[in-house]
Design a binder for this molecule. Structure first.
Ligand SMILES: [Zn+2]
Length: 151
């Protein structure tokens, strides 16, 4: 199986923040606007493989990026979902450690009882088109002062 998170081409268009050990990307198939991924730079499949330094860096990265994302996407009362599927029986699709962060608000479409954001995370990832993704990446790169490497 292809591992997009070990392939620079796959994330170069969507990364908007980098720490020593993690990259933060806008999801190519976002379930909700502001759906981002925290991806380890080192190839590991399990959270429990991270060493103390990487765990510390992950925490710092969450502390820096999550509040900014919530602000940008108007998530009310600091609401967000954070999820990671780890191991072959978890429902994961890419066996490289990553965390989904989904900003939530009082008025988002998933407040409707008929719709479950976790069902959509598995099954329905076609809410937004490529140009919408591009717009959001541009916005987040500006917010975080991220300069993409030019070829
Ligand atoms: Zn990998």
């Amino acid at each position: 199986m292809q591992d997009p998170f070990c392939n620079e081409e796959a994330y170069s268009k969507t990364v908007f923040y980098e720490s020593d050990y993690f990259r933060v990307l806008y999801d190519l198939r976002p379930v909700i606007r502001g759906h981002v991924l925290f991806v380890s730079k080192r190839h590991v499949t399990n959270l429990l493989e991270l060493n103390n330094e990487e765990i510390g860096d992950l925490h710092k990265t969450f502390m820096k990026v999550i509040p900014a994302i919530l602000k940008v996407y108007g998530a009310t009362d600091e609401s967000y979902d954070i999820t990671s599927q780890i191991g072959p029986y978890s429902g994961r699709t890419v066996p490289h450690l990553h965390f989904h962060v989904l900003p939530r608000s009082r008025s988002d479409e998933y407040q409707n009882e008929e719709k479950n954001i976790f069902d959509d995370l598995k099954l329905n990832r076609t809410h937004f088109g490529a140009s919408d993704v591009e717009t959001e990446v541009k916005k987040l790169r500006k917010e975080f002062g991220y300069k993409p490497k030019t070829k």
